[in-house]
Ligand binder design. Structure first.
Ligand code: LLP
Length: 460
């Protein structure tokens, strides 16, 4: 089997939607350079077909264990993408009030939304309870108390699961490892049963289960087996104490193939779930982000300049680390495809590709096989559908990157560029204000020389 075919079979995405036809790179039936003519570069471009097939492949692999899928919105929060997944039956995993509003705006019922995250604000918790969220994954005893207080005040019962920190190293990049004991996430596994018993005893909380998420871009399946086995043991011991544990949320993290790997095998992942937790009779959920959209998106850019540097040639692009942070932040290497098939068959030295941002970390790596490049050439970073647009910023006062969705022979802008005019509008200065404590507090300070006592601290 070729590496390409092996990746396709392991990752459930044959990538037929991405191909050169008559020398032009097509996404489904749309030539990408036509999109680049209509939508100024840089822009993200997603294939609806690729997202659907990734979802269907995962759903099929997990169906014997009846696992439901909640897409991690942080990977790609565009409401057109969320709507597409939701129409396939996918739920959502959110980590902020903003992501909750995105999911609701996309038409996802609150009953299919799980609220994860280590630092939820009171306002976010209240809104989630108000809309009837399916589950809140709580990460500390302090958060349990706040959720209970808010539920009581609202006269609601909060559906709670406890996120467990199983102390398992996911063997991925340090910045996306989330379940070792020094990590900020989850409740130490040894403390979970006692806290769960407290939750179960509180009338305003409904103890629904436990959750785990060990990290992201995971290729080695062994940590999953360790973490899920630990969760199974925990459920068994909790039940031994008479606790009811109906739900088990297994988090996300499944990696995708990049140019030098074939990627994890989704069948193996499904098998590990079936073997480790399948027998518990829990309602099972997974929260994949990257796996559903990562291989379904490209970031299209124009080559602005070529420049000779010591040891090679550098290509300066109109896309920067503000548009795609992953190389700068996680040393990620995204494959690059020229929009027109390389014009030279002869070997051309590797190009080092960089962005325009004034930071040395604004670089994408060294690339071979691009043919001979010229200024004005269009290129696409591959496997950029996850944590690309959703992590983009306007650093260096650059436009917030646009997003496009392709469906068959049609394309549509699903997020237009946010330009400097719009940014400047947000910065129109308001009127000068007198601080609330300036009146009485300042007067006290003036009279007795002591430090002002804090006056009202606004509810946050
Ligand atoms: N569930 C929870 C609680 C999470 O924190 C995450 C990701 C996921 C699910 C989805 O993980 P996925 O299946 O996408 O790996 N910006 C980084 C990835 C950060 C992931 C954060 N949490 C990157 O670009 O690699």
């Amino acid at each position: 089997m070729t590496k390409y075919a092996e990746t396709a079979s392991r990752q459930g995405n044959d990538r037929e939607w991405l191909a050169y036809r008559s020398g032009d790179l097509h996404v489904e039936d749309v030539p990408l350079s036509d999109v680049a003519t209509a939508v100024q570069t840089p822009f993200y471009c997603y294939s609806a077909d690729a997202i659907r097939s990734a979802y269907q492949c995962l759903a099929a692999a997990l169906s014997p264990s009846e696992v439901s899928i909640c897409f991690a919105v942080k990977a790609n929060g565009n409401i057109a993408v969320l709507r597409l997944l939701s129409e396939l039956g996918c739920g959502m995993d959110i980590v902020s009030g903003g992501e909750l509003e995105r999911a609701l705006a996309a038409g996802v019922p609150a009953s299919k939304i799980i609220f994860s995250g280590v630092g939820k604000t009171r306002a976010e918790i209240a809104r989630a309870l108000d809309v009837g969220i399916h589950q809140i994954n709580v990460e500390s005893a302090a958060e349990v108390a706040v959720v209970a207080e808010i539920a009581r005040a609202l006269g609601k019962r909060a559906p709670v699961a406890l996120r467990v920190n199983p102390d398992v190293d996911a063997k991925t990049h340090a910045k996306i490892t989330t379940a070792t004991k020094e990590s900020k996430f989850g409740i130490p596994i040894g403390d979970v049963a006692d806290l769960y018993a407290e939750v179960a005893a509180m009338p305003e909380l409904e103890a629904l289960g436990i959750a785990v998420h060990i990290g992201s871009q995971i290729h080695d399946m062994a940590p999953y087996r360790r973490a899920f086995s630990a969760m199974a043991d925990l459920v068994t011991s909790m039940r031994g104490r008479g606790l009811v544990v109906p739900r088990l949320d297994l988090g996300g993290g499944i990696g995708i193939a990049s140019d030098d790997t074939v990627g994890p095998d989704i069948a193996e992942y499904a098998k590990i779930i079936a073997e480790t937790v399948g027998y518990l009779g829990c309602e099972l959920t997974v929260e994949p982000g990257r796996w559903l959209v990562g291989r379904a998106g490209l970031l299209v850019t124009e080559l602005l300049y070529l420049k000779d540097i010591a040891g090679g040639t550098m290509g300066i692009l109109d896309v920067g680390m503000n548009d795609l942070m992953r190389p700068a932040l996680y040393d990620a290497h995204h494959p690059v495809l020229p929009l027109h098939e390389p014009r030279t068959a002869v070997a051309v030295p590797a190009y080092s590709l960089v962005g325009p941002i004034c930071e040395s970390s604004d670089k994408f790596g060294s690339y071979e096989g691009l043919g001979e490049l010229r200024a004005g050439d269009l290129l696409a970073f591959d496997c950029a559908g996850a944590y690309g647009a959703s992590m983009a910023s306007t650093y260096n006062s650059r436009d917030l990157v646009a997003e496009v969705l392709v469906e068959g022979s049609l394309f549509r802008t699903i997020r237009r560029r946010q330009d400097i005019g719009e940014m400047l509008k947000l910065e129109q200065a308001g009127a000068w204000q007198v601080p609330a404590r300036a009146g009485q507090g300042m007067a006290e300070r003036a009279s007795d020389g002591a430090v002002c006592t804090p006056m009202t601290v606004g509810a946050r």
